[in-house]
Design a protein around this ligand. Structure first.
Ligand SMILES: O=c1[nH]c(=O)c2nc[nH]c2[nH]1
Ligand SMILES: [Zn+2]
Length: 448
């Protein structure tokens, strides 16, 4: 249980920043926000506002340069690729997979190395205010169990997928048959379910169509159903080289209409709990299929600049057509593990798109909208919007304490005489980093 006196900053309405000043916030033993009273003077007695269960608790009074906001939700991050984040930015996707991703992932059969890479990543994400992450791991069962253990031990809300591949993968980094891949995926599901920890959820994870046979895709859809409609993640219509490869593998399909969607759909992998990464080349028809199925896209703007041969039209697909979208870092295709970086890059990407778009500035997305996508949007992709994404009574306290005070060594300078609180938040979103993250809570428990 905890009580704060703090300013809350969040985006309950897309495109709008809500700032609630001087809130008395009470978090119960289950990590649920039991009460929020705004405009409470620091001189007031908390007991006047709070029910008896919260009486007598110490109140944490935040300073005027601190505020609470919802934790970020990273809807696409490759945990094993963290070892080379910040490097390997020189080649297109299909070459990059063979040159960097597969070799790095293969190395994590070493359990001590897996433990080291995963511990450092999960800590890094938490320190950056990422309270929920949707993880891709490797093909290997034991190292992926370690990732699930670390997410649990460090207290993050984690959706963890053991990747599956049975074709077009290196000999020593493939599961070779659909049966072997399905068995391993099922063992991982059982391991995570056995934890009975609602914060850690197993995810069905066919890497992408080039590396998964149709038998494997169908079998994974069946596994999802058999275990109560587990979440599903993969990559969809992500780049020219990926699309060309799928075309060569499936000449029987009608092309020009984004056949990734057709294949995933015919195999039963598009569900309301499906989060597909990238989707830069989705067609109108694909979008309408994804929408009908309730599936969503993890938009990874930084990695798209490197691999996608295009920009995801966030304004058109999400704001106009209503496709559910979250933001992802796509470590290590995206070199930054920070969701603040993703937010900024989403804005810059939309501006780049607008430069040559017939509707120009109309397709730009502003920072408030990008923050919404990084919080509420991600929660919707994962089906947890009733729990997280904003700080409201009845939701879970997954929160970040931001500090932009002078004593923090960081890039944000606040000018008392000129900066409104809204402007301070804007500065944090554009210039802030983990040095400004003074505390992080998941389900009411302090994890940073
Ligand atoms: O950005 C990406 N990173 C990956 O690891 C990957 N695998 C398939 N497709 C992918 N795209
Ligand atoms: Zn990816």
């Amino acid at each position: 249980m905890s009580v704060f006196h703090a300013t809350i900053v969040h985006t309950p309405v897309r495109g709008e920043l809500q700032v609630l000043r001087d809130c008395l916030i009470a978090v119960d033993t289950n990590g649920i926000i039991g009460a929020i009273h705004s405009n409470v003077p620091t001189s007031a007695s908390p007991e006047t506002f709070l029910t008896s269960e919260f009486h007598g608790l110490p109140v944490r009074y935040l300073s005027k340069h601190q505020f609470l906001m919802p934790g970020f939700i990273d809807t696409h991050v490759h945990a094993p690729q963290y070892s080379y984040t910040g490097s390997g930015t020189d080649v297109p996707l299909m070459t990059w997979l063979n040159k960097y991703a597969f070799p790095a992932e293969r190395l994590l059969t070493s359990l001590p190395l897996a433990r080291d890479v995963y511990t450092r990543l999960v800590r890094r994400l938490l320190r950056n205010g990422t309270t929920t992450a949707l993880y891709f791991a490797t093909l290997h069962l034991e190292p992926t169990k370690i990732l699930a253990d670390i997410v649990e031990d460090l207290g993050q809300r984690g959706f963890v997928g053991k990747a599956s591949m049975d074709r077009n993968a290196p000999d020593d980094y493939s599961e070779h048959t659909a049966d072997a891949a399905l068995q391993s995926a099922e063992s991982f599901i059982q391991y995570v379910i056995g934890k009975a920890n609602p914060l850690v959820v197993p995810v069905i994870t066919p890497r992408f169509i080039p590396t998964c046979s149709l038998d494997l895709l169908r079998g994974l859809a069946d596994l999802s159903r058999r275990y109560g409609n587990l979440p599903i993640q993969s990559h969809i219509s992500e780049s020219h080289d990926e699309i060309a490869f799928v075309r060569s593998l499936h000449p029987e399909l009608e092309h020009g209409n984004g056949c990734d969607t057709t294949i995933f759909d015919s195999c039963g992998l598009l569900t309301p709990r499906t989060v597909m990464a990238h989707g830069v080349h989705l067609t109108e028809k694909n979008i309408s299929v994804l929408k009908q199925r309730g599936s969503s896209v993890a938009v990874c703007p930084l990695s798209n600049f490197y691999f996608a041969n295009g920009i995801f039209p966030l304004h058109e697909h999400h704001l106009e057509k209503g496709l559910k979208c979250g933001l992802g870092t796509d470590v290590a295709g995206g070199y930054s593990p920070s969701m603040l970086h993703s937010v900024r890059t989403a804005v810059v990407a939309s501006k780049a798109l607008a430069l040559t778009h017939p509707r120009g500035k109309e397709v730009e997305v502003d920072w408030r909208t990008a923050v919404w996508v990084a919080t509420v949007g991600g929660a919707r992709c994962l089906g947890i919007e009733d729990q997280v994404g904003t700080l409201e009574v009845g939701k879970v306290f997954d929160a970040v304490l931001v500090d932009v005070g002078d004593e923090v060594v960081g890039a944000v300078d606040v000018f008392e005489e000129m900066d409104s609180l809204e402007r301070v938040v804007e500065k944090f979103i554009h210039l802030g980093d983990e040095r400004n993250v003074a505390g992080v809570w998941v389900q009411g428990k302090k994890v940073v």
